[in-house]
Design a protein around this ligand. Sequence first.
Ligand SMILES: NC(=O)c1ccc[n+]([C@@H]2O[C@H](COP(=O)([O-])OP(=O)(O)OC[C@H]3O[C@@H](n4cnc5c(N)ncnc54)[C@H](OP(=O)(O)O)[C@@H]3O)[C@@H](O)[C@H]2O)c1
Length: 258
Amino acid sequence: MSTITSRFNLNGKVAIITGSSKGIGKSIARGLAENGAKVVISSRKQEAVDAVAAEFKNAGLEATGIQCHIGDAEQRKRLIDKTLETYGSIDILVNNAAINPYYGPLEGSDELVFDKIMEVNVKAPWILSNLALPHMKQQGAGSIINISSVEGLRPGFGLGLYSATKSALIMLTKNQAKEWGRHGVRANVICPGLIKTKFSEGLWADENLVNRFTKALPLQRIAAPEEMAGLVMLLASEAGSYMTGGVYTADGGYMVAG
Ligand SMILES: NC(=O)c1ccc[n+]([C@@H]2O[C@H](COP(=O)([O-])OP(=O)(O)OC[C@H]3O[C@@H](n4cnc5c(N)ncnc54)[C@H](OP(=O)(O)O)[C@@H]3O)[C@@H](O)[C@H]2O)c1
């Protein structure tokens, strides 16, 4: 008899996680692999993804490393093709990789930065999802999980362009859910708060800023990347079978803070 906890089981499922050589993406990949998925570790550097795949394999998990700069059309296609060649299907796509090349006022940036950040943070998840769709459609099931940010829900300071891309990703997810639900494909989006990774080092390395930030936060601390994985493990699995079009925060209470 199947149990409710068995619905979290991902045995036989194949998951691609972009930007999984470190940080949030790596912990998501680890969580999915521990629940039985075959995971594709991906980032811009082949050595980095090979190292993570080897680490996972040493721990008895199934993983392979496929290099992919998500801003490059050929590399996006290769990621999908190589995954199918290696594991034969795509059941879960986690669009996690993103960039924030600019910190400052909106009017202080230039068009090239705007184009680049849109390309990586919005266009790449859109196209990668489109490339995975035919395979998910064919099997009548699939789960797309996009990693946005609380910055996509509420403006911070100096992160305007990044915020705009993360908002666009939230609306992309809602449209994916609406258009693709009839094929059994679910799409959800996660909005992390401040997580201690390389990406956000400029923020958490500033002790004064962290103190001010955490004082106003209900949980009064920033998070470790591992704290983002559980939500993805739910959304990726049968345990989340009725969840689509959802926007989920994991932010220590940032969105309800005064
Ligand atoms: N950290 C936070 O506080 C925070 C808060 C809210 C949302 N987020 C979101 O969480 C996601 C992950 O961020 P993180 O904090 O875990 O960052 P991270 O620790 O810096 O890791 C970023 C990952 O993405 C890869 N990457 C960077 N650019 C890429 C590209 N163009 N193509 C493919 N891979 C690329 C990096 O590897 P390579 O260098 O080898 O390519 C690395 O594996 C992002 O979407 C970010 O916006 C983070």
